[in-house]
Design a protein around this ligand. Structure first.
Ligand SMILES: C[S@@+](CC[C@H](N)C(=O)[O-])C[C@H]1O[C@@H](n2cnc3c(N)ncnc32)[C@H](O)[C@@H]1O
Length: 444
């Protein structure tokens, strides 16, 4: 009987399973055949169930992996709104006549949409970061009714180039353009210098801040901004400023050098790099971008991505130094408050940022501005985010199709709940645009 049961088991089980089950059953001493059959069935069930369960588990985990990676991608997608605008980069390139210093304005079409005559007719406009005046020229040309244009930049070369471009634009006799070699943190005092008393009292209709460096600056090795071109360790946007990257690297306290790398470069290997930089001081210090890059390269293990790895590290270190040299983050935050103060009711401030530290400041300051409009107000961003004074409107806002979701506060509206990023086409055509984020706020 036992042999029959064994035979039955072998018949029932798949050839693959027969060996183990058969041998384990044959090891059972005295079992009634009906019991052995029941045992067999239960073994079969449990084996097939556990195989099924494993298969299901594998399938589930595979599906969950796919879902997670999809949802991660979706979440990433959702945190920003990619522009669907078709960018005409050839036209933008033509705008810049001197190809040796060509700067292609980033998200030009999107900026024109923000200040389109469909919103509030522009009578006065401020460009805080003139650069090569790519945005400025396009805005002036798109708004024939514009009466006052005010532009500023800390870089004398940019101002020179921008001035000649702006003044070459034929405008109505009522149009006045003022350009200043000044830091945008002084926007309020500059507006008071403009010979238009109405500007300071009633405010301006539009303000643009296109942060970061121009191509003229990056492409000039003498400015010290480029990782892959040797030059002095300068990195000043304003050549009149006293602090250079060289001063930080060679004479700031060790811990400050580390702090900069950690906080402004978000560099995980900051302590090791700090030690390497301090060590270099003992051998005469660092005086060129090439020397700094050598230190970074020697401190970056080949296992961490080879050339890609050290170039990325160098990019983070250069960003950190540039932010510190130009006090960029504090200047940005202070200036956002100042700019908002200078807006007329209904006026808009648009900011294009190029890295997460800048974007975070813009995002958080906008939230504070629509809420209380007072620096150091006691409402934290998190609190204010939950507070129901914000109404989130998901529907398209009437005629302006670029506006998707807004955040309404008592002092203004954030017109970009999520930042707008360049279209895929623009990203493909202009590498510099890839990290750009556009955020817009409107005063009530
Ligand atoms: C990205 S470029 C602007 C390009 C410009 N929108 C165009 O279309 O040609 C940024 C400019 O901002 C200037 N800049 C940076 N920080 C500044 C500051 N704090 N005050 C004024 N200008 C600043 C730089 O010198 C640079 O020329």
């Amino acid at each position: 009987m036992a042999a029959k049961a064994k035979q039955m088991m072998q018949m029932t089980l798949s050839p693959f399973l027969s060996f183990s089950v058969a041998s384990s059953v044959s090891a059972l001493p005295v079992i009634h055949p009906s019991k052995s059959r029941a045992l067999l069935m239960s073994a079969c069930r449990s084996i097939s169930t556990s195989t099924d369960t494993n298969k299901k588990k594998k399938k589930k985990s595979k599906e969950s992996k796919i879902w997670h990676s999809k949802s991660k991608g979706l979440a990433k997608e959702k945190r920003r709104t990619r522009s669907l605008r078709d960018c005409d980069i050839e036209t933008e390139e033509k705008e810049v006549d001197d190809s040796s210093c060509a700067h292609i304005p980033v998200m030009l079409g999107e900026v024109l949409d923000v200040f389109s005559p469909n919103s509030k007719p522009l009578c006065s406009f401020v460009d805080c970061t003139l650069g090569a005046a790519g945005h400025a020229s396009a805005i002036i040309q798109a708004h024939p009714q514009l009466k006052v244009f005010i532009g500023m930049d800390v870089d004398p070369l940019a101002i020179q180039l921008a001035r000649s471009r702006i003044h070459a634009l034929s405008q109505s006799p009522h149009f006045q353009a003022f350009t200043f070699l000044k830091n945008y943190r002084h926007i309020k005092s500059l507006l008071s210098q403009v010979d238009r008393p109405d500007i300071l009292s009633s405010g301006v209709d539009g303000i643009l801040m296109d942060l970061g460096m121009s191509s003229m600056q990056v492409n000039n090795p003498n400015r010290g901004f480029a990782v892959l071109a040797n030059g002095p360790l300068d990195m000043r946007m304003d050549p009149q400023a006293s602090l250079k990257a060289e001063d930080i690297l060679n004479s700031w306290p060790d811990s400050e050098v580390g702090r900069i790398l950690r906080d402004y470069g978000e560099e995980s290997n900051w302590r090791f790099l700090q030690n390497k930089i301090v060590l270099a001081r003992l051998q005469g210090g660092l005086h060129s971008t090439g020397e700094l890059v050598d230190v970074i390269r020697s401190a970056s293990p080949v296992s961490r991505g080879g050339r890609q790895g050290w170039v990325k590290t160098a990019t983070r270190v250069f960003q950190a130094l540039r932010i510190a040299v130009n006090d960029e983050l504090r200047t940005l935050e202070d200036s956002l408050y100042a700019c908002f103060d200078c807006l007329a009711p209904g006026g808009r401030l648009a900011v294009i940022s190029f890295h997460s530290l800048e974007d975070r400041i813009v995002k958080q300051t906008f939230l504070k501005l629509v809420d209380c409009n007072k620096k150091g107000g006691d409402v934290s961003v998190e609190e204010s985010e939950i507070r129901d004074l914000k109404r989130i409107k998901s529907e398209d806002s009437g005629k302006e199709l670029w506006i998707r979701q807004t955040i309404q506060g008592s002092n203004g509206i954030i017109l970009t709940k999520r930042p707008i990023t360049p279209s895929e086409k623009e990203e493909g055509l202009n590498r510099r645009s890839r990290s750009a984020k556009l955020r817009v706020i409107q005063k009530v």
